[in-house]
Design a protein around this ligand. Structure first.
Ligand code: NDP
Length: 246
């Protein structure tokens, strides 16, 4: 298997860490971004203790200039980016009639704006080299909507619109673009939800439990694989059977 350079945004988070590790186990050189240097170094040290080496580049994915600088820094450290995983994301949950403009804008800028901000400085090189893998980490709630998440669901549904347009534009350049839509995974984001609400969520999952970060990472490795070259514009739902639509 060809070793590639991968950038995973939000790699220090629950799902992101699993994606970084899985891509490294597949033999790729992996970088992620950070905003808080001390937190990122602690994460990097913890990964080293477990035998993983990851490059770090400062970058806020919601900010176009910062995202471009982050991409250039990764290229400087590891070389041209061949696999891009747009994974960084946040929630600012509240029902729409209580939502303020900041809660809307932050979620759209971080979850959807980031797809432009990070992919734009990466795409030209992929097109020139005629090879690339781009994977968006969307969400079940972008597929089915969710009470209290009009901002998040709009951003996550938008990510798939982005995927299927980019897939068409870049198919002739050896670049595949796909979406992974996880259901509820037991990371900090979901463990922050009150326990009684979580129990109600689990009750809706036919497999009967929350997902594990590794189960999402596996799908990213699949899309990044050389042999996944005829799969583009796909959305892979990984949700324990909670939602079986598109
Ligand atoms: P975490 O909260 O554990 O991690 C989020 C990561 O994104 C962190 O590394 C965080 O970095 C980074 N991040 C957030 N905002 C920015 C920003 N502006 N610039 C750069 N990095 C940023 O989340 P998960 O691992 O649970 O989620 C990962 C992705 O999966 C998200 O897109 C989420 O929406 C999606 N998802 C998660 C599900 C779940 O059940 N957990 C279900 C469906 C989808 P920092 O430490 O600097 O904040």
């Amino acid at each position: 298997m060809t070793a590639r350079v991968a950038l995973v945004t939000g790699g220090t988070g629950g799902i992101g860490t699993a994606i970084c590790r899985h891509l490294a186990q597949l033999g790729h050189k992996v970088a992620t971004n950070y905003r808080d240097e001390a937190k990122a170094k602690a994460w990097q040290d913890a990964q080293r203790k477990e035998g993983f080496e990851f490059a770090l580049a400062r970058g806020d994915v919601a900010d176009p200039a910062a995202a471009e600088a982050m991409v250039r820094e990764v290229e400087k450290q590891l070389g041209p980016i061949e696999i891009l995983v747009n994974n960084a994301g946040i929630t600012r949950d509240t029902t729409f009639h209580k939502m303020n403009a900041l809660q809307w804008q932050e979620v759209i800028a971080t979850n959807l704006g980031s797809c432009f901000n990070v992919t734009r400085p990466v795409i030209d090189g992929m097109r020139e080299r005629k090879w690339g893998r781009i994977v968006q980490i969307s969400s079940i709630n972008g597929q089915k909507g969710q009470y209290g998440q009009a901002n998040y669901a709009a951003a996550k549904a938008g990510m798939h619109g982005f995927t299927i347009s980019l897939a068409q534009e870049n198919a002739k350049f050896g670049i595949t673009v796909n979406t992974v839509s996880p259901g509820y995974v037991g990371t900090d984001m979901v463990m922050a939800v009150p326990e009684d609400v979580r129990a109600k969520i689990v009750a809706q999952i036919p497999i009967g439990r929350l997902g594990e970060p590794d189960e999402i990472a596996y799908a990213v490795g699949f899309f990044a694989n050389e042999q996944a070259r005829w799969i583009t514009g796909a959305n892979l739902a990984i949700n324990g059977g909670q939602y079986m639509g598109w």
